[in-house]
Design a protein around this ligand. Structure first.
Ligand SMILES: Cc1cc2nc3c(=O)[nH]c(=O)nc-3n(C[C@H](O)[C@H](O)[C@H](O)COP(=O)(O)OP(=O)(O)OC[C@H]3O[C@@H](n4cnc5c(N)ncnc54)[C@H](O)[C@@H]3O)c2cc1C
Ligand SMILES: NC(=O)c1ccc[n+]([C@@H]2O[C@H](COP(=O)([O-])OP(=O)(O)OC[C@H]3O[C@@H](n4cnc5c(N)ncnc54)[C@H](OP(=O)(O)O)[C@@H]3O)[C@@H](O)[C@H]2O)c1
Length: 442
């Protein structure tokens, strides 16, 4: 017999296609509920890891806190060798606060931990109704909301429309109707779409709205794993581990960064290796001259490049010339990898490091773009030389396009330069040929 589906759907006559049935005989797996699901860009299965180190490396006034985390995992789990430039996907969890809020709103606090199977309502009107692949057959409501559904998503108008009959108060129904109407576009933008809002904030505005679990399964997207760039190299001799650095936005904390920063040593984490992208730095690239450009935590993948170069030097191999262009807010307070970089400069794994400090009053270079302009001969030589590789790491909306524009600018200053469109096409070809390699952070 359906457990809670009927409670709400009958009352508010908004049938959803899914129902939860109590499953007394089964118990839930301990692993993250999405551990067996196909992951985006997966290179391996999901692995169980333990936090072996979590250090705050940047903190204080006017800086984004940055954390340096290492996860150990069992050698038996995989024979996978990761390369510098590779990324992992972290399976994340919604906050306790959000999950408790949803359970309370759905009147499920006392039933939240019962094992249930998710199924299709027998007489559903939807012909092709299917339980989403990211919702396992056996769940508890608490873990469904914690591990599978994105509770922070900006609710689409379709979801808001579906919420209307779930509100018992006329006032709340009217409010939801306005939000999902054409005329309510401005109210929708203001109330729902703005940063920091989301389903939870919306439900707080309509206290009588109690959707069913089935309706939320139907309308909420998957809680996606988040990618992180590896800062360490694979070394057979040491136990297998992955290290990455992440920044935390205090004003608007993200789901995964909030989860990760709260972990203690020994805590279990579920992750998988993502397939290598064009940004990879393989052994065959060691002989090439490289320029690496990044800002903030976007410098962290280069720590693995430099470790790889240091290992090659230690083996007596010859490596190409390597220079780093790195941007941070403050030299003293947010340059988290200063000591590592210094060591690599001393050992010869790195030939030069050019810095920019956006908030130091006396900095000669505010942004990496300024350094790129100053080092234009080096960069042009690198781009035109068969042996050169240019790496850029950062967010796809602002940083990567701006760096590309700056590179176009400097190429345009060349005598007999082509026009910007042709230079842009030239860079497009460099990207296609794997000479201009971007780590695209979304
Ligand atoms: C290929 C790839 C590699 C990546 N590698 C790294 C990495 O090595 N280190 C790293 O820190 N991130 C990296 N990212 C970004 C990372 O995947 C997450 O997007 C980021 O950590 C925020 O995730 P979240 O779940 O905490 O935030 P979400 O819950 O997804 O919320 C995102 C929103 O929160 C805000 N937010 C959260 N954190 C920040 C922040 N630090 N700065 C600004 N706004 C923020 C923003 O407003 C953003 O719109 C990478 C992304 C990609 C695509
Ligand atoms: N969307 C997300 O959830 C998310 C999460 C993590 C990281 N990221 C992206 O990953 C990168 C590193 O993140 P972070 O948090 O470690 O960095 P950060 O602290 O935000 O910034 C590092 C440095 O980059 C500078 N910077 C900002 N915008 C720039 C631009 N357009 N061109 C050149 N420099 C710029 C900053 O200057 P200011 O003094 O001007 O700030 C600062 O000096 C950034 O590109 C960031 O947007 C995105």
């Amino acid at each position: 017999m359906p457990l809670w589906h009927g409670d709400f759907t009958m009352r508010w006559s908004e049938p959803s296609h899914f129902e939860l049935l109590r499953d007394k005989d089964s118990s839930l797996p301990e692993a993250h509920l999405q551990a067996k699901v196909t992951q985006p860009f997966e290179g391996t299965q999901v692995l169980e890891a333990y936090v072996t180190n979590l250090t705050t490396v940047v903190d204080g006034e006017d800086v984004k806190p940055v954390y340096d985390i290492t996860l150990g995992y069992s050698q038996g789990d995989t024979g996978y060798r990761h390369f510098p430039g590779d990324t992992i996907g972290i399976l994340c969890y919604n906050t306790e606060e959000d999950v408790e809020f949803i359970l309370e709103r759905l009147n499920l606090l006392s039933k939240g931990d019962l094992a249930c199977s998710v199924g299709i309502v027998t007489h559903t009107t939807k012909k092709s109704a299917k339980v989403p692949l990211f919702v396992p057959a056996l769940v508890s409501c608490r873990r469904l909301f914690k591990e599978c559904l994105d509770l922070r998503v900006v609710p689409k108008k379709l979801l808001i429309r579906a919420l209307v009959p779930c509100a018992s108060e006329e006032r709340d129904r009217r409010f939801l109707e306005i939000l999902c109407s054409k005329e309510g576009n401005a109210a929708y933008e203001r109330t729902v779409f703005q940063k920091g809002k989301g389903l939870i904030s919306l439900l707080k505005l309509v206290p009588s709205c109690r959707p069913t679990v089935g309706l939320l399964i139907e309308h909420l997207p998957r809680l996606m794993p988040r990618p992180y760039s590896l800062a360490n190299v694979y070394r057979e001799a040491s136990g297998p581990s992955v290290r990455f650095l992440f920044s935390h936005c205090v004003e608007n904390p993200g789901i995964t960064t909030n989860y990760l920063r709260g972990l203690e040593k020994g805590a279990k984490v579920y992750f998988y290796f993502r397939q290598s992208s064009a940004f990879v730095y393989k052994d065959t690239d060691l002989k090439h001259n490289i320029i690496m450009i990044g800002t903030g935590t976007g410098v962290s993948p280069y720590l693995s490049f430099l470790a790889q170069r240091a290992d090659a030097l230690a083996r007596g191999e010859t490596i190409g010339h390597g220079e780093l262009i790195a941007g941070f807010r403050y030299r003293e307070r947010s340059y988290f990898c200063k000591d590592e970089i210094k060591e690599y400069l001393q050992t010869g794994a790195l030939d030069a490091c050019h810095e920019a400090f956006s908030r130091d009053a006396d900095a000669r270079h505010k942004y990496v773009q300024s350094q790129i302009r100053e080092k234009k001969d080096l960069i042009i030589e690198n781009l035109k030389n068969d042996q050169g590789l240019l790496y850029v790491c950062g967010d796809s909306k602002v940083l990567l396009p701006q760096i590309m524009d700056t590179v176009i600018d400097i190429l345009a200053t060349e005598p007999e330069a082509n026009d910007r469109e042709e230079i842009s096409a030239f860079i497009g070809r460099l990207k296609k040929d794997g000479k201009y390699r971007e780590d695209v952070w979304l």
